[in-house]
Design a protein around this ligand. Structure first.
Ligand code: DGJ
Length: 362
């Protein structure tokens, strides 16, 4: 049987085992695609990191070879990546200047729920690792966002601090969300960073994009030349709009961003944005999904994780998403769908099965 993508069905690697790489991302190097994702285990315990980041390799995006655990959680309970931490949405990029593969991921220190809101950073000399854990960071400490007015580049005063202390911020939309307080609260110790992605532009500049400010506002940050840190150059995007699961792509000089709303593991309608320069302005274009109401409302029962350009095929991009199963995390499924362009705008439609021939001219 010719291999094909079967969105939402169990997808087996070349050993016949279900691929275990959730919330993942893909880097292509020397003609090979490498898929990195969260290794999940059975049950609700699988929502915490029990194993680490799993790597697979492929040359055709359909058949994937198990390359093992690229970054393992550690046994030392004092380690920041101790077993039982939350380690989500790992993304790897290659740095041609240093020759290193650099992995960033959303890190929550074990036992602290989602309150740490940090980025973990790890490096390796070869794509499949093993990766060495370097550090965790809260991005852009002691830097102000570039797109706020001068009067808002001020630490909180005593009244504002008291006001922030009273807030209950559950990570999803709340009434009276304070759009101008939270990044100022976090000025000194660094900005919150939960769902995240990395993006390398044509000029080699790398960016980190993450749900910040208790998920209410995305922060887009430029990475340092070695890709190991943020530079302090960053903008706030869509304050108070509660976007997460960000995924970025660029087509014909236009940047497209797909996100979800913040409803935990439960799917919600995807959101599409576009910009002519990465720093914005970004325009919101609505839901990129087409199909039945149920498909549009649930993004085909999934949540975005990555937008993948297909090498050698112009205008070919794949929407990578997760169908989470928090009650049995290992059974989460992958929903990969081709992105189509209608009047130069990305559109995503359900396919029961498809292959890369989808992108060939009719
Ligand atoms: C939605 C996020 O996109 C996931 O990565 C994960 O953090 C869940 N929320 C946890 O509820």
């Amino acid at each position: 049987m010719t291999p094909a993508f079967h969105p939402g069905e169990i997808w087996r690697d070349t050993n016949g085992l279900p691929i275990n790489a959730h919330g993942g991302g893909i880097v292509r190097h020397d003609g090979v695609y490498y898929w990195f994702g969260e290794h999940k285990v059975e049950g609700e315990a699988g929502n915490l990191a029990q194993v680490g980041v799993h790597a697979y390799s492929s040359t055709d995006l359909l058949t994937w070879k198990d390359e093992g655990i690229a970054l393992a959680v550690e046994d030392d309970p004092l380690s920041e990546i101790a077993r039982g931490c939350i380690l989500e949405r790992p993304k790897v990029i290659h740095n041609p200047r240093t020759g290193k593969f650099v992995m960033w991921f959303h890190l929550e220190i074990a036992g602290a729920g989602y309150s740490s809101a940090r980025c973990g950073v790890a490096v390796a000399d070869v794509a499949t690792g093993p990766y060495t854990y370097l550090k965790s960071v809260r991005p852009n400490a002691r830097h102000w966002p570039q797109n706020v007015a001068p009067q808002f580049k001020q630490p909180l005063n005593a009244d504002e601090r008291a006001c922030v202390k009273e807030l209950v911020l559950p990570g999803g939309p709340v009434q009276n969300y304070p759009t101008d307080l939270l990044y100022r609260r976090d000025f000194e110790n660094g900005q919150m960073s939960r769902d995240m992605t990395l993006f390398v532009d044509d000029d080699g500049t790398a960016y980190h994009l993450a749900a910040s400010e208790d998920n209410g506002t995305l922060h887009l940050s430029r990475l340092s030349d070695d890709f190991l840190d943020t530079t302090g150059e960053y903008v706030r995007l869509f304050p108070g709009h509660f976007n997460e699961a960000p995924a970025l792509m660029k087509r014909r000089g236009i940047y497209f961003l797909i996100t979800s709303g913040c409803t935990g593991w439960t799917p919600n309608p995807a959101r599409l944005f576009k910009a002519r320069t990465i720093w914005g302005p970004w325009a919101e274009l609505g839901n990129p999904c087409v199909g039945t109401d149920a498909q549009k409302e649930s993004t085909f029962e999934s949540q975005s994780t990555y937008l993948l350009p297909v090498a050698g095929k112009p205008d070919a991009y794949v929407f990578l998403a997760d169908r989470w199963r928090p009650e049995n995390a290992i059974d989460g499924r992958y929903v990969w769908l081709p992105i189509q362009f209608r009047e130069d705008q990305p559109v995503i439609a359900w396919q029961d099965s498809w292959d890369l021939g989808f992108f060939d001219p009719a």
